[in-house]
Design a binder for this molecule. Structure first.
Ligand code: GUN
Ligand code: ZN
Length: 433
């Protein structure tokens, strides 16, 4: 007999009936009245009267006109860069050397890693991000700190030790062998912990020797349930550097393909300046792209063609890329994605942006059977949004024409004040931080 507690939440429940890139966006979104949770799982969605009738003993929480949506999923960020978010004036390679590497050096200290892990997870929760794929640093301590903090909160987290054996400062390099051994030991420690997923994490082609990329590929093939996360084609200088370092490869992605680092479960951060061959190879191998629009504007990287990638059959999720990304807010991230689309002459629909920030990212992480959508049997990671959270939002959402218009106002005008509650694994979290 189940001992868990059933809870009925009523409000405006947002449910996607279809992928809004594959069907008319306005028809993809549905609004239901109630969602029934049983402990950590979603049991049913539908009319408030019917669900209340069928489950008369159930505790009920009425959220009125607030919106209840799957928690946001951030499919690419760097928890160890929390402290250096908003660092001025550099493009990618200088930004890494000036701000990122000195900060990442500090994560060999387990106490510092634990402190930043808690701060980072607080920031995710207060921004309604219930699940993320995070780069740690080269230090195994950085992974232990994040996974143990995430597990205490019951969060579904994907993370991995950065592998980096060249073109990084002393003290911030492993070797092909130690990177493999330490990653393997971390998989052994953390595999089987229910809501945690290990990601094999070669930082990007320029900071790994061919030997290390080969070791990373071997490790992933030995542990195919792991994710694989890296960076691809973010800036032109970086692409030219990859060409110098790997002259025998026709393009950037082929470096990863050569070493078995492309396939289902591979999350390729950025992927902005791709050739047609690379796009076809992403599609054919089943790898996903993490679109990082605040970062791409902030570091001056370029404008990713999300619609083109989706039309070509490449899965895409949405990501903050903190701390190259300039915000922990998924509203800010959706609004940057919208603005980059506009600059390209392509107005992404609010339903498409919302889908990228939930179901799209969950699919990139191969967790779309568990999170990112509301359906019976899915895990109860959800957020309650207040469309009247600020005066400017309230006056705008009150004249909204339909649910898409409310979502659009939220993503353009909203911040963490609009995240009324964040529920992780069936429990309310935001009030606790
Ligand atoms: N490419 C390699 N490392 C990084 C990183 O930490 N951030 C970003 N934005 N790009 C990278
Ligand atoms: Zn990144």
């Amino acid at each position: 007999m189940s001992t868990s507690q059933k809870t009925l939440l009523t409000g405006r429940i947002l449910r996607f009936g279809a992928d809004p890139f594959l069907s008319p966006p306005t028809e993809a979104i549905h609004v239901d009245e109630a969602i029934l949770l049983d402990g950590e799982l979603i049991v049913d969605i539908g009319s408030a009267a019917t669900l209340a009738d069928h489950h008369p003993e159930t505790a009920r929480i009425d959220f009125g006109n607030k919106i209840i949506t799957p928690g946001f999923v951030d499919c690419h960020n760097h928890y160890a860069q929390t402290g250096i978010i908003a660092s001025w004036g550099k493009r990618l390679i200088d930004w890494l050397n000036t701000y990122t590497f000195p900060e990442e050096m500090r994560f060999g200290d387990a106490a510092y890693a634990a402190e930043i892990s808690e701060r980072y997870l607080d920031l995710l929760i207060s921004n309604g991000i219930t699940s993320a794929a995070a780069f740690c640093t080269i230090h195994p301590e950085s992974v232990d700190a994040l996974f143990s903090a995430a597990e205490t909160r019951g969060m579904r987290m994907t993370a991995g030790k950065v592998m980096m054996d060249r073109n990084a400062p002393d003290g911030l390099r492993d070797t092909a062998q130690s990177g493999y051994d330490q990653s393997k030991a971390l998989i052994k420690s953390w595999a089987g912990h229910e809501r945690l997923t290990y990601a094999v994490t070669p930082r990007f082609a320029p900071t790994s020797t061919p030997e290390q990329l080969e070791a990373a590929g071997a490790l992933w093939s030995e542990h195919p349930d792991c994710a694989m996360q890296t960076h691809l084609s973010e800036q032109h200088e970086e692409i030219a550097w990859v060409k110098d370092l790997f002259p025998d490869d026709p393009d950037y992605l082929s470096v990863y393909e050569r070493y078995g680092l492309c396939g289902p479960g591979a999350i390729m951060g950025h992927s902005i300046h791709l050739t047609d061959r690379e796009i076809a190879a992403l599609r054919d191998t089943g790898a996903s792209v993490a679109h990082c629009p605040t970062s791409n504007a902030f570091i001056g990287s370029g404008m990713c063609d999300v619609t083109g990638l989706r039309a070509a059959g490449v899965p895409v999720g949405l990501a903050t890329d903190v701390g190259g990304g300039s915000s922990f807010s998924m509203f800010a991230t959706m609004r940057s994605a919208y603005k980059i689309g506009q600059l390209r002459g392509d107005a992404l629909h609010p339903a498409q942006l919302w889908w990228l920030a939930t179901a799209g990212s969950a699919a990139a992480m191969r967790h779309d059977d568990k999170i990112g959508r509301f359906a019976p049997g899915m895990e109860a990671d959800l957020i309650i949004l207040d469309p009247d959270a600020t005066p400017v939002l309230a006056q705008r959402t009150q004249r909204a024409e339909d649910i898409s218009d409310v979502l659009f106002a939220l993503m353009i005008l909203g911040d963490d004040r609009a995240i009324h509650q964040t529920w992780v694994n069936g429990k309310e979290m935001k009030g606790a931080i």
